[in-house]
Design a protein around this ligand. Sequence first.
Ligand code: PLP
Length: 387
Amino acid sequence: MDLETRAVHLPMPVVDGSSPISVPLYQTSGFAFDDPAVFADGMSRPDGAFVYARYSNPTVRALEEAIAGLEGGVAAFAAASGMGAINSVLLGLLKPGDHLVAQRALYGGTAAMINDLVARYGITVTYVAEDSPDALRAAVTPSTKLVYLETMANPIGQVADLPGMCAAASDLGIVSVVDNTFATPLLCRPLEYGADIVLHSMTKYLSGHSDVLGGIAVFASDELYRHLWHYAISLGATLDPFAAWLTLRGLQTLPLRMERHCSNARLLATRLAEHPAVAAVHWPGLAAHPSHELGSKLLSDFGGVFAFDLVEGRAAGERFMSSVRLALLAPSLGGVQTLVMQPATTSHRSLSAAELARHGIAEGTVRVAVGIEHPEDLWADFAQALA
Ligand code: PLP
């Protein structure tokens, strides 16, 4: 054939007799077929042949299977961000006139999305305490379709009573959805406590290096997975193969990173709690935290995020954040570097004063997403900023 055609139709390597050690990056948006029937079949279900990367892609599938396996689910679909996964689930399960019950403290983006669903789609919401199955039972109406929880809430670490809340939801025939971003499957596996769907922002611990956006929804049942897969591919918040590849690469060191995130958080939270400039430290690993007892039963450790309030309030919080030298003043969490921020003016800025109070956030609260640096370097930084 002509060089012009040969330049377009490149030879495809076939790996035979050995296999790659790391998952290959299939950076392709589509797949070619010999058989039209296999092509048609692949378009109609998630487990047919790979057809089109918005439906599925081998690199993305490898990540979906890895995380479904870690969470103990039957299947998962990956999304372009945590919010992509959350919205695929909320929009796929709710319709006008439906009611959802959500825990009172939620990630700011989720809270804003629920407010939007309420304002624009005629969906209603009732907020309940994350550890009160009785409040959940009392809130349920004949239109309730979904209960939305977070294993550990952002930023002050309230732990949800997953077994109690998921059992109540299941008794009432309601789907329970748990955002497990803060815990990761290494600290908690909500499906084992009865959840139907587990969500993650993979942007955080699962990828772990602050270099990629991603989300995932993991399912306890094949039926729910298939229903929401059809919705998610139409919504189009699909994960790109390269983002999946970076996330797979990060995932392999998740156990090592989580161990250090948790031990660093323990050291900083403990020392801050003893510091005279600090009024309160919110980390469920501390015995004084209201969720400590429940967290000790449900979690194998307490994660790398905590918040604290300074005796001198908002102005002191701002001075602290502009005085740290090693920690970075930045959004997000779950990466290798320690980050600090003020939720009231950033992640939770869309909330009213009443909603902030419902979340347990004061105007001056500082949130710390602890990285994996040497703990004494972190403490030296915090101590000089407090001084
Ligand atoms: N869930 C939690 C608990 C989060 O902290 C975040 C982001 O901070 C999200 C979901 C949203 O994830 P993403 O930013 O990847 O869309």
